[in-house]
Design a protein around this ligand. Sequence first.
Ligand code: M6R
Length: 605
Amino acid sequence: MCGIIGFTGKQPALPFLLQGLSRLEYRGYDSAGVTLVNSKALRTWKTKGRLSELEKLLSKDLAESCGIGHTRWATHGVPSNMNAHPHMNEEGTISVVHNGIVENYQELREELREEGYIFHSETDSEVIVQLLDFYYRKNPVMKEALAKTVKRLEGSYAICVTSIFEPDTIYVSKKESPMVLGQSKEGTFCASDAPAFLEYTREILPLQDGQSAILNAGSLEVFDASGKQIEPRWIHFPYDVQAAQKGGYDSFMLKEIHEQPSVIRETLRGRFRGTKTVLPMIDQMNVRWDRIDQTVFIACGTAYHACIYANLLYQKYTGKVSWVIPASEFRYCSPNVNEHTLCIFVSQSGETADTLAAIKLAKAKGCVTISVVNVLGSSISRMTDAVLYTAAGPEIAVASTKAYTTQLVLLHVLVLKLAEMYGIKVKGKSRLISDLKRLPEVTEQVLGQEEKMKELAGMLIDQRDAYFIGRQLDYPTALEGALKLKEISYVHADAYYAGELKHGPIALIEKDTVVTAMATQPEVASKTVSNIRETIARGARVILITGENMPAEEFEYVVRIPEISPELAAIPSAVLLQMFAYYGAKEKGCDIDKPRNLAKSVTVE
Ligand code: M6R
């Protein structure tokens, strides 16, 4: 949940650390800190608040060429100067930054207290530096001390360590929290995510669980869990630094909304041969498809909405039993799953703790597992039997946009593929495939309605509440529209099945309440229209999103999506609602890329 960076080289480390932290601020931003190291002392600055607060404390001419930095999203202890990282031992000789959760930190604290250690923060992370101190005193070899320390930690961690004992060296170790390494002519880097140092190299080394590494200006050694040196496995990061920056847009969110035509195109590239889907990962799975008797779609937040969509499609195309559940609930619902169950997990980051926990349970029960993930080499991608990658590129804004639409697209292809594996013929498949291929162009046309969505978003000023309604495949769109709006504009937003309004929620409708209704599904559109009339009769202002040819003359605010198969209408509709939320939040002056209380990657359960 936090962002960590380390740099050791031949030039001042501070600019690399600050630049890296600014790229990682999406991972958390309630406090920030750095330690710079030289042979005489460690110098640490840290503060509550954003990186800009930290920068105010730092002079520009700090010459140390090795250091570590951190940007925090609080899990244990409030955001405060004391709880900010880095954490130091009592003598100020060792400094540590940590991302993850030490589940047994209370126990370790007690044990260390008995040894005379004093704790200054409320964090779980402080035990790491104290344990390191403890083991280093017994045997002053940092690699050994770190190995002994991580052996004691239950939970997840990505850790960077510096000390005055080896002022040019950074030690790192990781389990279940991301850590990537890089080397360039400037020096050696470690970070929670590659964009932190992408300017300097696109060859990256994602550290695997249990591995550790020793970084020096001109060298990088990687070790397995037993401490044996291993050959690093580098991968080429497929995006340049521009892809991880704003590129002239006001915010990452707006940039990411506009990237959708191209990332949808990339996600679809090479996925079809005639009317057959091309997903070799699925072909290569050792699965008796005829024995799969139920499928479960599991994810969190926006990815969960993508699962609701996929579940509806799956039922429609295959007629087989399936269900959908948030990852945070899966573990606790006593799921009746086994080796005849297919579990499909969806995640942008590939690091969401709830989803990881759900995968562990599914695997323990012998289920067949597939993940749909955006981040290459992430934990989720490595845990499932097969992984399919969306090609959304780095998504920096906390509010997910392009990851969502690429998930819808790839899940659609996956569901078609599963139907093929079961030997089921999907009605209208060739039309669906040609419409899937048209999606980049359709999305481009929808982006052309930006001004209109901006104008409609003007209705939200002065509104405390907003409602989104839809039936069938329009329902996940309603949920996603409401989530987008609430997370970035703080307008209370709820989504309902349009037919459910009259069973209660309609009591909330009063004069001028803003209701956004989706009616893109011909089979149920007229029913939704009746529900819209019911809300208008109670004073609501209704924005209707519908297809080209649907009758809608009676309504004042109508936005049309280009002609497309109804099964795909959720994609252009979602793009419209993203713009609606974006301009609603902008109108209110919100910090769109960094909404309050949220972090991009939720690595705690
Ligand atoms: O990285 P993941 O897709 O697993 O993340 C899941 C949710 O935390 C994420 O979609 C969250 O709901 C976003 N803030 C939505 O915009």
